[in-house]
Write a protein that binds this ligand. Structure first.
Ligand SMILES: C[S@@+](CC[C@H](N)C(=O)[O-])C[C@H]1O[C@@H](n2cnc3c(N)ncnc32)[C@H](O)[C@@H]1O
Length: 259
């Protein structure tokens, strides 16, 4: 026990474990909040941080417990039309493809993919597919439910109002949007082939520059020739985009894969 406590005194062990098992990196400034959240999480299960760490380290945690820990370790802030000019940009680039296939990596609770779907529908795109992925299972569960607090940027014809207008539920548009729990740093391939556009915003920022480049390399391989890879400003860490043309003066960094 003394040994385990000593290990926990060095809270780096949790960081190491998350990295070794899942390649998840927790930035220094987020670590105190993660440790507090882990303590509360352990207490809610009649455990202590020590017993939880022991079980985690000896591979005794269930899949759902790990899912909740991974959720605690990542930041999920998002909102509908978070950056309206980027939503417009995606719609503009999607015009290059007869049936655009758009992949949103690190989509959190789904607001980004649904915003894109609403925008493409409003712009009368006849056919498209949008796939959102996130490492957090609770986030993907919310996205799959399609139920949110009512938001003025989402017209009622896309999401009917429920609970006296307090909440809204996406309906038919869900036929165009799919979601998947997926760790972009894991081994399993994404269940969505040949995207024409990949957007990853506000996720790379939580990773070291070397990892960001690795993620961008991975995404660049998934993209169809002639497709677009979109990040957020200052997130691409001087990625050496071989085989890509960088487009300038747009709402976000865009790299076009040469045909
Ligand atoms: C701050 S949110 C950004 C949501 C949305 N893209 C936006 O810009 O509003 C970042 C999301 O990236 C997810 N994430 C972090 N690491 C990931 C990984 N390795 N694979 C997939 N998703 C990851 C987190 O779970 C979180 O929901």
């Amino acid at each position: 026990m003394a040994e385990a406590i000593a290990e926990l005194d060095d809270q780096e062990v949790w960081i190491d474990l998350l990295f070794t098992r899942f390649k998840i990196e927790v930035a220094q400034e987020r670590q105190p909040a993660l440790f507090r959240a882990l303590e509360n999480f352990a207490a809610a299960q009649n455990e202590t941080a020590v017993s939880l760490y022991r079980r985690a380290n000896s591979r005794q945690l269930s899949r759902s417990t790990w899912a909740q820990i991974i959720h605690l370790a990542t930041n999920h802030e998002t909102r509908f039309y978070r950056n309206p000019s980027v939503v417009q940009l995606v719609a503009q680039l999607a015009r290059d493809f007869p049936r655009p296939r758009i992949l949103s990596v690190g989509c959190s609770t789904g607001e980004e993919p649904y915003s894109l779907a609403v925008e493409l529908s409003q712009q009368s795109f006849p056919n498209f597919k949008i796939h959102g992925t996130d490492v957090s299972e609770p986030c993907i569960d919310t996205a799959l439910s399609g139920i949110y607090r009512t938001n003025a940027s989402i017209p009622e014809r896309f999401a009917g109002r429920i609970e006296s207008g307090q909440r809204m539920r996406f309906g038919w548009i869900k036929d165009f949007v799919t979601f998947e729990q997926h760790n972009i740093l894991g081994e399993r391939p994404i269940n969505f082939t040949a995207p024409n556009i990949i957007i990853t915003q506000n996720m790379l920022i939580y990773y070291r520059s070397r990892t960001r480049k690795r993620i961008l390399d991975l995404l660049s391989c998934l993209l169809e020739d002639g497709g677009y890879l979109i990040t957020a400003p200052a997130e691409e860490a001087n990625w050496n985009a071989q085989g890509f043309e960088r487009l300038h003066s747009l709402a976000a960094p865009v790299f076009r894969k040469q045909s």
